[in-house]
Write a protein that binds this ligand. Sequence first.
Ligand SMILES: O=C1C[C@@](O)(C(=O)O)C[C@@H](O)[C@@H]1O
Length: 862
Amino acid sequence: MAGVKRSLAAMMADERLLSPSIDPSDSTARSQSARTSAASSEYATRAPSPALPSFDGNMPKFTPDASIVFIGVRGAGKTTLAIMAASALKKRIIDVETAFQRATSFSSASYSKVHGPTQCQRKQGEVLQDVLQSNDSGCIIVCSWMERRVQGLLRQFATTNPVVHIMRSKAAVQEHLKVESGIKWATFWSTSNAFFRTCSNLEFFNVSESAATEQIQPSIRKSNMADLPPYLALKQAERHLLKFLSQIYPAGTIPFFESAYPLASVATDERQFTYAVELSVEDINQDGVDIEGCSAGADAVQITVGNIQNEWTNSTYREEYTKMANDITEAVGLVRRSSVLPIIVHIDHPQSASTTTTCFYLDLLSHVLSLAPEMMTVDLRLDDVAISKLSTLKRSSKLIGNYSPVENFNSWTSPKWMSLYQRAVQLDCDLVRFIRPATTMSDNFEVSQFRSAVASLPDTHVPIIAYNSGLLGRHSACLNPVLTLVSAKPHSPYDPKRDASILTAQTATNALYSSFLFDSMKLYVFGVNVSYSMSPAMHNSALEACGVPHRYEPYSTNSLSQVTHLIHDANFAGASIGLPFKVECITLADALSPHAQAIGAINTMVPIRQLNDDGTIPTGSAFFRGVNRAGPVRAIYGENTDWIGIRACIRRGLSPANAVRPASCGLVIGAGGMARAAVYALLQVGVRNIAIYNRTVENGKRLAAHFTQLLQKKEFAGLGAGTNTKFEVFTQLHDTWQSEFRLPSIIISCIPTHPIGDAPSPEFKLPEPWLGNQTGGVIVELGYKTLNTPLLQQAMEHAEQGWIAMDGLDLLPDQGFAQFELFTGRRAPRRTMRKAIFENYPDQYGRSNPEELRRRLQTMVE
Ligand SMILES: O=C1C[C@@](O)(C(=O)O)C[C@@H](O)[C@@H]1O
C-alpha cells in the first residue's frame, strides 16, 4: 500500500540485501548479495509493525488542499495542534468523536456501555469511513480511536493524504491524563504508539514545555519560568508545527509563511563552504544541549544515531526499534523546535553489520522519512533495490548517498569513487558524501582533484561532499565546499574514532581567511548619531562566533556625502543605515531589491564586485559567491531588512487568538521610512485593513497612496488582499475609535522614542478605547534608545486583556540577522546576537543589565 509508514524490512522481504563486506561500487558483488539474501523470513517476523500489503509505488505528493489526519493517544495535543493547523492552512477541523456523537447522540464510551464494545467499534468504523470519504480535502481530521477497522481505513487514507501520528513524551501524557505509572500504563503506551505508527505516514513530536525550555536557554533553566506568558508556549508549538507542515505540503501552501531571510532563498547545497554541526541523539535528548547556541556558524544540524548494534541481549528487535524510533522522533522535534537550520539525520550503519542490523538500519531509515527531515543519509553499501526503495519514499527530504569507510578504503585516484558517485546519482540520491581518513598530506590534494573531476562531469549537478577526516585531513575538510561535518565544540583530547568532525564551524571558517581565500572586511552603521547603536556589539559578536575576521563600526555623520569614500573602499563589506538616512540613502545605491523598491527606503547597503554580463546584480547563490572578497566596488545594492524584523515581531507577539483574519486591523503610528517598512510588514502577514495615524495629514495620505499604487502592480498583487486592501488615515487621537475598521490587534509605533535635536521625545500614548480589542494584540515600538515608553507601559497595563508589548530590542536582532547574511553569506548565529544586545544595552544609569534583559531570551521562538 503506497504511502503508509511500515517496516522496510517487511516490504523488502524477498529482495534484499547486501553482504556487508562488499565493495559498494562493485555491481557484481551487489547482484550477488541480492541473490544471497536468503534469510528474509527473519526480517519479516522481526519487523516491528504488523505485515501490510506490499508497497506499490511512490509516497504520495500531497496537494495543498489535501485533508490531514492527526492521530495519537489522548493527551498528545492533537486538538490544540489541529486548531493551529486549521488557522494556518485555512482548513476546517473535524473531530471524529464529535462526528460520532452527532451520528448516534452518544459519546463512544456511553455507546459502548449501551450497545457493547463490538457494536461501538463497528459504528466508529462507519463514522470514520464516512468522514474520510466525504472530507478528503480542506479538513484537519482528529482521531484517537484505536481499532482494527480504524487502522485499515487510516492506512487506506494514507495512500493519498497525510496521516500524522502526534507523539509527546510519555511523562507529559501521563501527567496530562493523570494516570499512575505501572505495567498497565507502560503496556498501553507502547501498544498505542505502535498501533498509531502502523497507520500513519508521518510523525510529529509535540515538544512539552519543560523540554522546550531546556532547549531555549540551559543557562537560565532555573530562572522563574512562571514569568513565561501562557500564549508563548502555544506560539512555540505553533511555529514548530508550521515548520513541519511546510515540509510536507508544497511550497506556498501556508500563506505568508515563507522565510524572508536572504539565505532561505538559496538551497544549502548551492552555497559555498557550508557546515553541518554534528549532535548525537543522546546529546539532544538527554543532555539538553543548547542547540541554537552550539550551531553558531553552521548551516545545518546533523543528528547522528550512533549506537545501532549487531545484537540485543536484553531486548527484542521490536523493543529496540521502538525505543530508537522514539528517540529519533524526539531529537528531530527538539532540533526543529529550537533552530531554523535544516536537519540531516544520519544513522551509523556499522562496517560489519549483520543482516539483522542492516534490516534494523533500514527500518529506522523509513521511520526517519516519516519525520520529514530536510535531509537523510543512506549508506551506499546497501544494494540498489534498498536505496531505490528509499528514494521512492523520500518525498521532500533529500537523500545523501553516504560512504565513509574507516579502513580498507581506496586511494582517491581510484576510479571506484567516480563509479560509486555515478551509481548514487542513478539511484536518485540528491547529494553524495564520501569521507575517509587521510593517511598522507597528498590525500588532501587528491580529494580536491576528485571533486574537480565530479564538477566537470557533463549534465551532472548532484553536489559532492568529499574530504578526508582526521588531523591530517583538515585541509581538505576546510576546502570542501558543501556541508562539511563540524563539531559543536573542539574535541579534546583528539579521539580518532570521532575524527570526522574535528573542526568547529568557527575554526573551519577562520581557515578560509587565513588561507587567503577570503579577505577580512569592514562594516558600518551610518546615522546622525549612532554612538548608542547596539548594532556593532551585535554584529561583532556574530562575526566572532562564526570565525569571520571582519570589523563592524559606528560612523556618525550629518551628511551622507561623508560616507562615499567608505562604501567604495576595496574592503567595504556593507553597512546598516540608521536615522534619518533611510530614504535619502537610496541616492547612493545603484540597484534596489524588490522589497526596498516597494518600501521606498533602505536600511542596508551591500557592495557588488562582480556584475552579471548584462550589468545586473547577481541573484541567488551567485550573489553570495561575491561576498567576503576585497576588490573594486562595481555597484551598491540597497535592501530593506526592517520589514523582516517588524514581521518577525508581529508573528512572535501575536497570540493564536489574534491570528490574522480578513477583518483584522493593523495601526501604524508615523509616516516616515520606518512606517513604510511597517505597512509592508503588515501586508506581508496578510493584514487587509491598515489604519495610519500621523499628525501631518499630507504625509499620512502620501504613505497610504504609495501602497495603494503599489498593490495595483502585478508583481505585488499577492500582498495582503491586493487591491482590496483598505487604508484609513487619522490625524486626531479621538476618544473613540472612529473607523469602519475593527479595533486594531496589531499596533506599530514608528516615531522616535527619544528627543532628536530640538524636538522633544513625543511621550506618545493612545486613547484607551483604541486598545479595546477583546483579545488584545501586539504593540511594537520600533525605537530602542528608550525602552519603557509611555506606549509600552500602556500595553503592559493591558496585559491581562492580552496585549503584548515588544520594543526595539526585540526588533533589532531580527533585522540584523538578515543583514548579517547579506554581509557575510553566513547564517546569523541568532542567540549569540540577541545575547550580545542584552549584555551591552545600558540601562537608564548607563550600566548594562544583562540579568533583566536576559529573561527575554526565554521567550524567543526562532
Ligand atoms: O533602524 C535600525 C537601527 C540601527 O540603525 C541601529 O543600529 O540602531 C541599525 C539599522 O540596521 C536598523 O534599520
